[in-house]
Ligand binder design. Structure first.
Ligand code: PEP
Ligand code: MG
Length: 560
């Protein structure tokens, strides 16, 4: 029997799934060594300087090893960091600071890294962006020299729940779901890319768990519920046994999304990395509802060539022959850095030149992208633009697509103005897809990456649901399909509401398909409309969620 009483730490569930495992806390970063700290009298200067070279080799080897098992962006990031760690000029400068200034090795490294970082920042552009990598290398070298754990994901002899202050998307991308069964962060928002990655990789996750830092210690047994957004510290044995009993149950999706009365709702996949398209098809997805094309080109300093793009799009299109594949044009800015498109001098990037707005400054980039999509040889690729705010923008985009022979031109509805004007917008666009992540951010005036306003950034907010209903009404008026491709579509209870409000398709991380399909199959279309009305009539996100969930007991039966 456990001698502890169970305690519940509440946060926001961003990736469903319930797991029980022991906690490993993300180690503290090595602190900045005191400024000007010198070697003790009698300490050997040469030996101290040699430690730097040895440390840089060990850090490089560890990073290369991690890169060998990573893929895509995470692998590139680790290789770049490894190269910086072994950079001879950085090491030589640090050694000189030991031999001439008598500094201790860790302070010498710190100062040498600061000097390189200042030079890079002054050069601007690509070099300025590498300043973060230099800080990472600096921290790794200081940790190595002072015997602290290396920054990054800790390891353990058995699978664990990772608890961290926050997790960068790049680190989340390297998590191995066989070791990290779930993660909990003290900061973080529900629609950040960290949360999206967690869902895509099927790792249950809770963010904005503010009390996790004080209530949880390494080694504590935790029960994480990534749907409810709770972490039970020292759960009682009955709860643990019940969960373990359910652990073997798996669900699959048979490839046809429909309500209990046969009302069809296409269930599609969101795809970021084009290499994931084949797995999305294998999971039963009826097509791709959102190809986030910028994911293939993040951190690039130059625009991708037409040929490169054709190859990337073909990879996705060939996984879905004859199926609907919606390619979104590059969505740069704010949470999606694309240095070749985004302006970096805006006080408020989420409200600046992002999404389709970048096409005004860089019409050639949009033109190349449409050329590549048209050349990718698919019966009928659907193309849509992110961040549409006006009817004029829609008409311009539709005309640009037509010039490339792309007839199925649509819009993302992510800005309240587009939701309210969906009727006239859909008079020229052939379809709409509601991006509830941004629509929530702009409706509630709450940054999607911020844990501090996470309660506001909730797609269950009745104001967001009203705008979804308005968008679908505009679609019905023009007889155009309106799908949802934001993360809201992956929440099985909310998915039913979205269908009831008029969504004709739902697009989500492939792992969410089976759960959404299973719940949708238990309600008739009329029933979903009733649940939609119930949700619209509430006055808070919590009330909307609780009211609808209470009407869907199947959620508890299915562990959703
Ligand atoms: C959205 O905003 O809901 C969306 C699907 O686009 P992204 O998350 O890529 O901004
Ligand atoms: Mg968006």
């Amino acid at each position: 029997m456990s001698s502890h009483t169970p305690t519940i730490v509440a946060g926001i569930g961003v990736s469903p799934g319930r797991v029980v495992a022991r906690c490993v806390l993300m180690p503290d970063q090595a602190p900045e060594p005191p400024s000007g700290r010198r070697l003790a009298p009698g300490e050997d200067v040469v030996v101290a300087a040699q430690r730097i070279h040895a440390a840089s080799q060990r850090v490089r080897e560890a990073l290369d090893l991690a890169a060998d098992t990573a893929t895509g962006t995470a692998q590139d990031l680790l290789r770049t960091t490894a190269a910086i760690a072994a950079d001879p000029s950085l090491v030589a400068d640090a050694e000189r600071r030991v031999t001439t200034d008598n500094l201790v090795a860790e302070r010498a490294v710190w100062d040498a890294a600061e000097a390189v970082s200042a030079q890079f920042t002054a050069l601007g552009g690509y070099f300025a962006e590498r300043a973060g990598d230099i800080a990472d290398v600096r921290d790794r070298l200081v940790a190595e020299l002072t015997g602290m754990p290396a920054p990054g994901i800790p390891t353990s002899t058995e699978p664990f729940v990772l608890v961290a202050s926050d997790l960068a998307p790049a680190l989340t991308a390297t998590l191995d779901p066989r070791n990290v069964l779930a993660f909990v962060t003290i900061a973080g928002g529900p629609t950040s890319h960290t949360a999206i990655l967690a869902r895509a990789r099927g790792i249950p996750a809770v963010v904005a768990a503010r009390d996790a830092g004080t209530a949880i210690r390494t080694g504590d047994l935790l029960l994480v519920d990534g749907a409810a957004g709770t972490v039970t510290v020292h759960p009682d044995e009955a709860e643990v046994a019940a969960l373990r009993g359910h652990a073997t149950r798996t669900r699959t999706f048979d490839g046809v999304g429909q309500a209990a009365d046969g009302h069809r709702v296409k269930l599609l996949a969101n795809v970021g990395d084009p290499h994931d398209a084949a797995a999305a098809a294998a999971s039963g997805a009826e097509g791709v509802g959102l190809l986030r094309t910028e994911f293939a080109f993040l951190d690039r300093t130059d625009a991708p060539s037409v040929e490169e793009q054709i190859a990337a799009y073909r990879l996705v299109l060939s996984a879905f022959p004859g199926r609907e594949v919606i390619i979104r044009t590059l969505d740069a800015g704010a949470d999606k850095p694309l240095p070749f498109l985004a302006s970096d001098d805006e006080a408020n990037p989420a409200l600046g030149v992002r999404g389709l707005r970048t096409a005004r400054l860089h019409p050639d980039v949009l033109d190349d992208q449409l050329t590549a999509i048209a050349a990718a040889e698919h019966a009928q690729p659907w193309v849509m633009a992110p961040m549409i705010s006006t009817v004029d923008e829609t008409e311009d985009f539709v005309a640009a697509c037509a010039r490339h022979g792309l007839d199925m031109a649509g819009v993302m509805v992510e800005v309240p103005s587009a939701a309210l004007l969906s009727g006239p917008i859909l008079a020229s666009a052939k379809f709409a897809s509601i991006g509830t992540n941004d629509l929530t951010q702009y409706t509630m005036a709450a940054g999607r990456l911020l844990g501090s306003v996470a309660e506001l950034s909730d797609p269950w907010q009745p104001a967001v649901l009203q705008l979804v209903a308005a968008t679908c009404a505009g679609g019905a008026q023009q007889d155009r399909p309106v799908g949802v491709c934001g993360e809201a579509a992956a929440d099985p209870a909310l998915a039913v509401v979205l269908v009831g409000l008029g969504a004709t398709s739902l697009s989500m991380a492939p792992r969410a398909l089976a759960g959404v399909a299973a719940v949708l199959a238990t309600v008739t279309f009329d029933e979903s409309r009733r649940l939609g009305r119930l949700a619209l009539a509430t006055h808070s996100a919590a009330a909307a969620r609780a009211t609808v969930r209470a009407e869907l007991p199947v959620l508890v039966e299915l562990g959703l």
